[in-house]
Write a protein that binds this ligand. Structure first.
Ligand code: PGA
Length: 242
């Protein structure tokens, strides 16, 4: 199973800041033991493509529309992303689902389009605290997977399990919670890398990497600092022994 560590820079950095962090990453991160991906804002992609060109860091977007072109003001197409060297695209992130009201049906269309255009989509699923407290976590994840990945060859995607209540809080989900959910997802997606996301940082990277069926991380806050991102990558590789 392929291991993947992806940075999700979200809506951070102006072009100069993005360039500085990317240059630092290009200088200090050089591994082929896992796939390293930086998912940056659309504005940054072209510049980052140049910076990462001769490195082992791959480029990803944080969203994508499913149509190739047309009257879709404010949207970004697979053709556009391809032209700036993107290989990956995050789809259905909880911030897209909750703030921008994306549903499984739209995420499904985007995922199909991403695969058709040669991208590897990182499809995110995650339950809210309410879901968890009312014992609906497994049901919610099962439904999100079933609906957003309907009709899709699961060997062509990456799944990221990101409990909404652990994102950006500084407190990751506990080991048992992650282990149970990743084992549950593994039964549905036997050959798909499953990433964990939600407050992954240097201080918990080893513990989280030690969990079975955690095939990598999707990292927000801690990926904004090149040294922290590298530290997490090093700890993951060492703990997994890859
Ligand atoms: P975080 O974000 O690492 O800042 O919690 C993860 C994500 O939303 O992908």
């Amino acid at each position: 199973m392929k291991n993947i560590i992806a940075a999700n820079w979200k809506m951070h950095f102006d072009i100069n800041e993005a360039q500085d962090v990317a240059r630092k990453m290009a200088e200090i991160i050089d591994t082929t033991a896992i796939d390293t991906i930086v998912c940056a804002n659309f504005i940054h992609l072209d510049r980052l493509n140049t910076i990462f060109q001769k490195t082992n860091i791959k480029l990803g977007a944080q969203n994508m529309y499913f149509e190739e072109k047309g009257a879709f003001t404010g949207e970004t197409s697979p053709i556009m992303l391809k032209s700036v060297g993107c290989k990956y695209v995050i789809l259905g992130h909880s911030e897209r689902r909750h703030i921008f009201k994306e549903d499984d049906n739209l995420i499904n269309k985007k995922t199909k389009s991403a695969i058709e255009h040669g991208f590897i989509p990182i499809v995110c699923v995650g339950e809210t605290l309410d879901d968890r407290n009312s014992n609906k976590a497994f049901h919610v994840i099962e439904n999100q997977l079933k609906n957003s990945l309907d009709g899709i060859d699961l060997r062509k995607v990456v799944i990221a399990y990101e409990p909404v209540w652990a994102i950006g809080t500084g407190v990751a989900a506990d080991k048992k919670t992650i282990e149970e959910m990743h084992n549950f997802i593994r039964k549905i997606a036997t050959d798909t890398p499953i990433l964990y996301g939600g407050s992954v940082k240097p201080s918990n990277a080893e513990e989280l990497a030690s969990i079975d069926n955690v095939n990598g991380f999707l990292i927000g806050g801690a990926s904004l600092v090149a040294e922290d991102f590298k530290d997490i990558i090093d700890k993951f590789i060492k703990t997994k022994g890859v």
